[in-house]
Design a protein around this ligand. Structure first.
Ligand SMILES: Nc1ncnc2c1ncn2[C@@H]1O[C@H](COP(=O)(O)OP(=O)(O)OP(=O)(O)O)[C@@H](O)[C@H]1O
Length: 350
């Protein structure tokens, strides 16, 4: 969603009810690294390095940050989609509907099977790959959703058809093979698949990036209406700040594998505190303002050999001596507004 951003009104009064409600997801100091060996040389990319946050019932939590900041790795870790060379090396991921396990990656297959689709669904980048190329679309819906939704075959199909209409897909899609559909249609099918069981928690990684603006608007609207209808929670990743402004209730900003700021979305836009977020918001287009935007000096950190202390310090206009030495802790600088920055929270690391 390009162009000037327009803020939506959060679903929940973020300073009130949502803040008080129990988290559905609690991520605690999670660390997930890519460990590789090439010709006897070991390499460790610290893609996610100590991230802590909660997602509450009935909220859409957004994750933003530039490319390679670790967003996808973080949500793959949360979704339990861990494949070598990625390894969880510390921390935990707890869902309220799956008590007793420090994450999907550590849960038995039967438990993952129990929660998948019904309680937790995951729309990945390019997730059309979830569709089996050898089977018609209806078969995938039957495989994943019928046992959760029950009913006769006819009732089930009617429900699928009604749900597909919400993403503007014709019932004929059900008889098609994935290769017969356009990329945008396949992406809408996977979003319908992820939402048909009305799960408690939906994880979505750039689910609308490949779609044209009109369909993107429909799909975002559908995600929000299902979330509101069911009181479910959504963890939504995109680098597109316009989408965050339109959709999310709270927003976490990632930089170099860490969370650097978190606040209700309108507050991130109106009062960014971390110098990286200030840059991110300042670089957005605004109606009637055609002054050139400043680009950020320097390049994103190499996560195989990240800067010491605050990972943003080599590019930061406010950097001080302590920034290269100490990792700034995430501190609640304002109510409900956490920031990891020595300049914003002087003395917090002492
Ligand atoms: N299979 C892999 N092996 C080694 N390093 C990887 C692998 N996949 C990702 N990385 C590295 O992990 C870091 C985080 O990447 P990640 O894809 O999570 O970032 P991102 O914020 O989601 O970026 P984008 O918005 O471009 O998807 C990057 O430094 C990336 O190069």
């Amino acid at each position: 969603m390009s162009g000037p951003v327009a803020l939506h009104t959060p679903t929940t009064p973020v300073a009130g009810a949502a803040l008080a409600s129990d988290p559905v997801l609690r991520v605690n100091d999670i660390q997930a690294h890519f460990r590789t060996q090439h010709f006897g040389v070991s390499r460790e990319v610290r893609a996610v390095d100590g991230v802590t946050f909660d997602v509450r019932r009935n909220e859409i939590y957004g994750l933003a940050g530039e490319s390679s900041s670790g967003k996808t790795t973080l949500i793959k870790t949360i979704a339990g989609a861990i494949k070598p060379p990625l390894q969880v090396v510390g921390g935990s991921v707890q869902f309220s509907f799956m008590p007793g396990y420090p994450g999907l990656h550590a849960a038995p297959a039967a438990e993952v099977e129990r929660v998948r689709w019904r309680h937790l669904s995951y729309v990945m980048q390019g997730s059309m790959n979830v569709l089996n190329p050898m089977r018609r679309v209806i078969s995938t819906f039957q495989d994943f959703a019928w046992r959760h939704l029950g009913g006769s075959r006819k009732q089930f199909e009617e429900r699928v058809v009604a749900h597909l209409a919400r993403v503007r897909l014709d019932p004929a899609v059900l008889r098609a093979y994935p290769h017969e559909l356009s990329g945008g249609m396949r992406q809408r099918v996977t979003i319908a698949l992820a939402t048909i069981c009305k799960p408690d928690f939906i994880i979505a990684d750039e689910p609308t990036t490949a779609l044209d603006v009109i369909v993107q608007k429909d799909v975002l609207g559908m995600i929000r209406s299902i979330q509101q209808e069911m009181g479910s929670s959504v963890l939504f990743v995109t680098h597109d700040m316009g989408v965050h402004a339109h959709l999310t209730d709270r927003l976490g900003i990632m930089y170099g594998g860490r969370l650097v700021e978190e606040a209700p979305t309108p507050e991130i836009f109106s009062r960014p505190l971390h110098p990286y977020t200030v840059y991110l918001i300042g670089s957005l287009p605004r109606i009637g303002d055609d002054t050139p935007r400043k680009s950020l000096e320097g390049s994103p950190p190499n996560l195989a050999d990240p800067p010491t202390g605050c990972r943003f310090h080599p590019r930061c206009p406010l950097a001080m001596e302590v920034c290269a030495r100490q990792v700034p802790p995430m501190v609640e600088s304002l109510p409900g507004h956490r920031v990891a920055c020595h300049a914003v929270n002087p003395g917090a690391a002492a």
